[in-house]
Design a protein around this ligand. Structure first.
Ligand code: DLZ
Length: 174
């Protein structure tokens, strides 16, 4: 059977994230998994791209449904605050939705993905979609690099890389 390498091909350009200002907004729902994803993203940005840890602002909300509003507010506040004069070059929204026995999952997943895209296009700030939409707990653990599966991989690492690329490109394109 024909096959191909899935996932993103690494960029040939080495991005310098040393002057990037990054906002991470994460949920406290399913925090054990979320925490691993946040760590994957932050460690990747600081160790691979020289992003300064003091330039990564981390904020939390209760659940994924709150991510778009919180992100919009935080981007707005950073632009208003002359003290900080530090608006964000890029944002990563991180949450973990796990399907239950009702339609709740479908409604929230749809609203959150649409909401995050809207905030990104309206604000002009790239937002990395770091929301896992999992059918069960095992999928969530595997995608956060946790659990026993050999195929486990922390998607926060990919989101960190994506954030640096989009943040650098955003500062170039602005
Ligand atoms: C209510 C709820 C449920 C059932 N499941 C999740 C989930 O798996 N992941 C998540 O991030 N949030 C969940 N929530 C909370 C909602 O996102 C939201 O916080 C509440 O509905 C309050 O607006």
């Amino acid at each position: 059977m024909a096959t191909f390498t899935k996932g993103v091909t690494p960029s040939t350009e080495k991005y310098d994230g040393s002057s990037l200002r990054v906002l991470i907004v994460h949920t406290r729902w399913n925090y054990e998994v979320v925490e691993a994803l946040v760590r994957g993203a932050t460690e990747t940005m600081t160790s691979e791209y020289n992003v300064k840890s003091e330039n990564i602002s981390i904020q939390s909300v209760s659940g994924s449904y709150e991510l778009p509003f919180a992100t919009q507010s935080l981007i707005g506040a950073s632009r208003m605050n002359v003290q900080s004069s530090q608006s964000f070059d890029v944002v990563i929204c991180i949450g973990v939705l796990i399907k239950g026995s009702t339609m709740h999952f479908e409604y929230i997943a749809e609203a959150v993905s649409q909401g995050i895209m809207r905030v990104s296009l309206d604000s002009g700030v790239p937002i990395v979609f770091g929301v896992l939409t999992c059918l069960n707990d095992e999928q969530a653990l595997e995608r956060a690099g946790l659990g026993d599966k050999e195929s486990k991989h922390n998607h926060g690492i990919d989101w960190g890389r994506c954030a640096v690329e989009m943040g650098v490109k955003n500062t170039r394109w602005m």
